[in-house]
Ligand binder design. Sequence first.
Ligand code: COI
Length: 351
Amino acid sequence: MTNSIEITKAKTSKIQDVDFENLSFGKIFTDHMFTCDFKNGEWQKPEITPYAPLTLDPSARVFHYGQAVFEGMKAYKDDAGKIWLFRPEDNLARINKSAERLAMPAFPHDLFMEGLKKLINIDEDWVKPGFGNSLYIRPFVIATEPAIAASPALEYKFLIICSPAQSYYSGDVRVLVAEQFSRSANGGVGFAKAAGNYAAQFYPTSLANQEGFQQIIWTDADTHEYLEEAGTMNVFFRINDTLITAPTSERILDGITRKSIIQIAKDADINVEIRPIKVSEIVEASKNGSLKEIFGSGTAAVVSPISAFSHKGELFEVPKQDDKYSDKFKNLLNGIQYNTLEDPYGWRQSI
Ligand code: COI
């Protein structure tokens, strides 16, 4: 059964080799990682060890059936050097919801919070202050049992690794509205952060990349008439002064940044509509000039303005806006995350 976390510190640090001004997303990892194995029906002794490759049996189910779930979260350093997390318990709740759908065991709350905080404390020098700098945290669970029967594994590994991060997208994002491929279906795993949800997007997204689009906005698999999410982010539309986003469902990820923006917008007396959005409505709004903004939201993406979308071969530019909701929400969120503004919601948690 679990007990205190065993810590083995790295003998040397890689930090002096890192150019923190020019980071590509998710390529460099800190000196330590947190791991905890599940076997004999329970989580075993948790450890923090030097960041290192894993040794897994080639028959581990994660390799064959993709039995894997993950999370994305960030730590932020304020100007006094204090480190903060943003709604970490929501990430734990979501990884456990994803795990349940993939027939994997839930990870215990106290162990998650303690492991997370200890890991970040050990690697605290990797969290740089200043808006835009953060430590991207990737908790994940993989099925490690060496057996290839197509059934849930009896052994798993829970890990947390961390990567210093700046922005995910450099510049505005142009998107293609999905017409042929689908990301998720009713009754499927679209709501979960299941590894395979992301792998399944790589091919269609690479085709979109070849046409000059960074992302796809996925539509419902039945009709391709309703806008859902962009895969690395939830999506918001501003028509005149109303903010619209699709309701979360079994097909759409319940984004933590998404629900934070909805709360901030409502409290700023912005009219927020959470409802199905037809592609034709956005096309029409673009044509009649009432479409003011489109932006994506996510932990990695933060709040990323979308400058154009393409649908059925027609390109629609989103007009430049002086007083952008996306700027307002990003500033308010960053203010809470980096401890420069009051946090009336209790979202910020010190480590
Ligand atoms: C995140 O925003 O944390 C995500 O998980 C998106 C990702 C695939 C980079």
